[in-house]
Design a protein around this ligand. Structure first.
Ligand SMILES: [Zn+2]
Length: 302
């Protein structure tokens, strides 16, 4: 059924994106706006009993999970329920969990300017922070003007060229997003589907990696399975899975990582880390949080 899909025209792609992005990048929690920015910089204050609901086992990365799932996707709304079926952790944190930022999380993973910054449902980027060195992504996209941080853009250009040499045509469908843009998307999602749904299937503004300018959503040039789980089974998706790390990118939400990352599998969402860091993450199992010693972040903190 893969190639049976018609080529997507630009308009169709835009329409698809419109349908997808709104849910994804939400804005500040309308109801609890302070929640997302308050704990950015530093130290955790009270431990919001994080371990209670978020204690996935170590084996989630390889455990079976609903395939092609779009659930809880950062980029695409979904009608499927995440419902991670993770057994209670047997490696439960000893005492009171420190906080959003585990004690072992290195400073370079807390610094928004760092190419190795951690951004997830526990670690937002400050609302007034702006990604430095944003430049044109420099690759074919479904619209004009998409930006990435310079190192990520250069790496992406190299990766797209390498793919083309293998007769794989990739296009960029989403790159940097501003806080305000995400806020708008989030508001729209709430209006259309309600707050609970928006929070379940969207990243609040500040909590999206796209804010960093280090994340890129890629698609097959022919439009097959754009922003859908089935992208993983396309030649383009398989190429990315095999070669992205050679160019410093990792698939940020790999299959089975939802209990840790908080998002269903997104075989199209790449995060730039640099070749060395990317390889280190892959060697550690492919999940950024786990590789960096961060707490699992399946949900927003209270
Ligand atoms: Zn994305």
């Amino acid at each position: 059924m893969r190639r049976a899909l018609p080529l997507l025209t630009t308009a169709a792609l835009l329409a698809a994106l419109t349908a997808c992005t709104p849910a994804p990048e939400p804005a500040d929690a309308p109801t609890s706006p302070s929640a997302s920015t308050a704990r950015t910089t530093s130290t955790p204050t009270t431990a919001p009993s994080p371990t209670a609901s978020a204690s996935p086992t170590r084996s989630v990365a390889t455990s079976a999970a609903p395939s092609a799932s779009m659930s809880s996707s950062e980029d695409t709304p979904s009608t499927r329920s995440p419902s991670p079926t993770v057994a209670p952790s047997s490696t439960a944190p000893t005492t009171v969990a420190p906080t959003a930022a585990g004690p072992s999380l290195a400073p370079l993973h807390r610094d928004p300017d760092s190419l190795q910054v951690l951004v997830n449902k526990h670690h937002p980027v400050p609302a007034n922070w702006r990604a430095p060195d944003l430049v044109s992504a420099g690759v074919v996209g479904n619209r004009q003007g998409m930006l990435l941080r310079r190192p990520a853009a250069q790496a992406l250009q190299g990766m797209v060229a390498a793919a083309r040499a293998d007769r794989i045509e990739l296009i960029l469908v989403s790159a940097h997003r501003t806080h305000d843009y995400q806020a708008g998307l989030y508001s729209n999602s709430i209006q259309r589907n309600g707050l609970a749904h928006a929070d379940r299937y969207s990243a609040r503004p500040g909590h999206s990696e796209h804010h960093t300018g280090l994340a890129a959503d890629l698609a097959a040039a022919d439009g097959t399975c754009t922003l859908q789980g089935c992208f993983a089974d396309t030649p383009e998706g398989r190429w990315i899975a095999q070669h992205a790390v050679e160019h410093g990118f990792v698939i940020r939400y790999p299959q089975g990582s939802e209990p840790i990352t908080g998002y269903g599998a997104e075989p199209w969402h790449l995060r730039y880390l640099g070749v060395e860091q990317g390889q280190a993450v892959m060697e550690a199992g492919g999940i950024v949080e786990t590789a960096w010693g961060a707490d699992p972040a399946p949900d927003y903190l209270p």
